[in-house]
Design a protein around this ligand. Structure first.
Ligand code: ZN
Ligand code: ZN
Length: 277
């Protein structure tokens, strides 16, 4: 479905560099169900974005439990349900829900969860979910091919407000939320680990865009609220990793696959000119 739309979508009409459109819409994460070694985090694609799922613990019912980061654009969450079935699970085996930001392509899958499901989200983006603040960023309209604002309003959730540095241990999984503002005003990312190999994975949502070469760049235009803030968030992220001696393995994005720690350091060197120690 997405492939057809990408072909039909003409960026020139909107005076957009085609590369940006290709990166964000044409470069769907390449490998569905890829598992990232450090924390055994798996990627689940839907037609528009990727969500990430991580093991937490074996529940009292003897079943594997999971934390889920982002929810995709399919209001029936079919790919998520399929993935769970493949792993002898179902939606009831998810016990922790984290949202990177309130954009339509990341929140619609939340509709399959019961009313009162506790979803972790920043304060700013919680107001967008509740319909109290307008959604930020633009998406190409799916039918008429014109840009329209995201619609990220979802009802019936029990929102848990998190801020930079929020830490939660659930089973064997440690989750730390890090502010990565810019793409939306309240964008959050999630640092997971350390995994069995002592390394960490980082669920970056749309705060980082990865080029085909694996290089990192800041959040894509024009889907982002403030790309300069996004740029600073990446600088802050790099310095945070260095200051805390975090052995980062994978940087996992929702639209452009994954990158790694050397690419983050390269970004720092390019834009900061040095490594802060
Ligand atoms: Zn977004
Ligand atoms: Zn997105």
């Amino acid at each position: 479905m997405m492939a057809t739309e990408t072909k039909e979508f003409n960026p020139d009409r909107y005076n957009l560099p085609s590369k940006i459109v290709t990166t964000t819409f044409g470069l769907k994460p390449k490998q569905d169900h890829q598992v990232f070694e450090a924390t055994e985090t798996a990627r689940i694609n839907d037609a528009h974005s990727a969500m990430y799922i991580t093991k937490t613990q074996i529940g009292e019912d003897g079943r594997q439990k999971y934390a889920l980061f982002d929810f995709g654009m399919d209001a029936k969450a079919r790919n998520l349900i399929r993935w769970l079935q493949m792993h002898d699970g179902d939606l009831g085996d998810i016990e922790w829900w984290g949202l990177t930001h309130a954009h339509e392509d990341h929140v619609k899958g939340l509709r399959v969860f019961d009313e009162g499901t506790p979803v972790h989200v920043s304060e700013h983006d919680s107001h967008v979910l509740l319909g109290e603040l307008p959604s930020e960023g633009w998406i190409p309209g799916m039918k008429d091919k014109i840009f329209k604002r995201h619609n990220a309003h979802i009802e019936g959730l029990d929102l848990i407000i998190i801020d930079d540095g929020y830490i939660e241990n659930i089973g064997t999984l440690a989750i730390q939320a890090l502010a990565s503002h810019g793409h939306t005003s309240g964008h959050m990312s999630y640092l997971l680990g350390p995994g069995n190999n002592g390394k960490y994975d980082y669920v970056a949502g749309d705060s980082v865009d990865v080029r085909k070469s694996g290089k990192i760049k800041n959040a894509a235009r024009p889907f982002s609220e403030d790309r300069r803030v996004s740029h600073q968030s990446i600088i802050d992220l790099g310095n945070f990793m260095i200051a805390n001696g975090i052995n980062l393995d994978n940087i996992l994005t929702a639209h452009s696959g994954e990158s790694d720690y050397p690419a983050l350091i390269e970004y720092l060197m390019k834009h900061q000119g040095h490594i802060k120690v």
